[in-house]
Design a protein around this ligand. Sequence first.
Ligand code: PRP
Ligand code: URA
Length: 225
Amino acid sequence: PKYDLPDYLKEKMEAYMNNNITIFDHALLKHKISLIRNKNTNTKDFRTLVSEIGGLMVYEFTRNLPLKSVEIETPICKTTAFELEKDIVIVPIMRAGMGMVDGIVNLIPTAKVGHIGLCRDEETLKPQTYYAKFPDNITTSTVLLVDPMLATGGSAIEAVNILKAKGCKEITYIGLVGAPEGIKALSEAHPDVPIYLAALDEKLNENGYIVPGLGDCGDRIFGTK
Ligand code: PRP
Ligand code: URA
């Protein structure tokens, strides 16, 4: 909500930037996003950075999560301490979302991980589902749906459809780079799902790639092209 849209996005996006959409304004995130945008960043560095950015974004996101009090004993005395009220389940959209998981589970080692396998048909850009597997506690957990790229929004919308059909009630989308088209589509289809991004880019090109973007994220993480 506090994000200042660049002039060229104002007309296109102002009406959509509600309280459920956050574009992080953080110097370290901007620095690391610039590194992964660079086509000369190699696979190993790219993979490390995607994981680090995922962790940093979730660190910011978890700042205000509800806590519950627990009684513990320090080496000195009994005291009231805190733990997260709800379990956290991370759901990466395969393949590229898997690149964000390590950075997040390093911060939240008790988080369980579900998986949704989606692949965009290169002609129609529509997502095809090829896999879905979730931990038992997913319906009562805070679910973090993670995928680096929010392009047309088709994959994110389908993933949320799958999670809602499974019974998930509290779903948050966390992505690295988004296009205006993806934000509009996801927030219209699922207005109850908060969207967090590290960068909002200008547009999609004719092949459905984000401009300026960072190219094909799955290929860059896994070295497949
Ligand atoms: C990429 C990316 C997203 C999707 C975004 O996956 O990781 O899941 O595209 O595009 P959309 O918003 O237009 O749906 P891709 O389909 O290329 O599969 P991959 O991760 O297996 O390479
Ligand atoms: N998927 C990607 O990996 N990159 C894009 O720019 C769009 C979709």
